[in-house]
Design a protein around this ligand. Sequence first.
Ligand code: DX5
Ligand code: ZN
Length: 229
Amino acid sequence: MIWDMDKGIVKLAPSILSADFAHLGQQVAEAERAGADRIHIDVMDGHFVPNLSMGAPIVESLRRVTHLPLETHLMITDPDLYLDEFVQAGSDSLLVHWEGNNNLHRTVQRVKALGKGVGVVINPATPASVLEEILRDVDQVLVMTVNPGFGHQHFIHTTLPKIRRVRQLIDEIKRGCDLEVDGGIEPTTAPLVVDAGANVLVAGSSIFSDGEGVVAAMERLRAAANESK
Ligand code: DX5
Ligand code: ZN
C-alpha cells in the first residue's frame, strides 16, 4: 500500500450498465443491502463513445428507490448542456471527462455551483499530469481502466502505474479526494488497483452478471479488494 488516508476502507460503486433493466430497482436494492457505497450510472450519447445507454429518467426512478448516493458518469459531448437535468433528477455527483472538454474548469465550477460532488475522468491514453491544475477543485478522480463505452471489457494493466501517479498527486495536492477506477474490475484485478492507490472501485459485470447473484458477487469483490492490505 502506498496510500495512507482512510486506510482499510475501499468503497464499492456498482455500475448498473450490466444490471437487468427489467428488475433494476430490485438489483439496486440488493446492492444496497450488500453494502454498496454508491451507485454508478453510465450515460452515453453515441458520440463521445460509440454506444448509447441511459439518461436522466433512470436517475429519477432510482432516486425514489435507494438512499445511496447516485454518481453519474457522463460520457457525452457537451456535458454542460445536461448538468441541470441530472441534478434535478437526483444525481449526487457528476463525473465529467477531461477529454473533449475545452473548458473543463468551467464545467467543474458549474457542478460545484449546483451544490453537487464533482469528479474528473481520464481515459487510458490520457496522462495523470493533466489533473495537476484541476485537482484542487474536485472531490474525486476517476481513472478509466478500459476505454469507455462498454461493459464486460478486459482491464488494461498499463493503467496501474498511472493510478500510482494519480495517488501521488492526490496525496500532494488534494488529500481526501477519492481515487476511483472503472472498467474490468473483478476479484483478480481489484487487489492490483487497491495496491496502486485506488479507494473506490466501480464494477458492472462482476457484480450484476455473476451467476450467484449481487450479494455473493459483492462479497467476493470486497474480500479480493482487501487482499492487498
Ligand atoms: C464503461 C463504463 C463502466 C462499465 C464498467 O464505459 O464507464 O462503468 O459499466 O463495466 P465493467 O465493470 O463490466 O467493466
Ligand atoms: Zn462508468
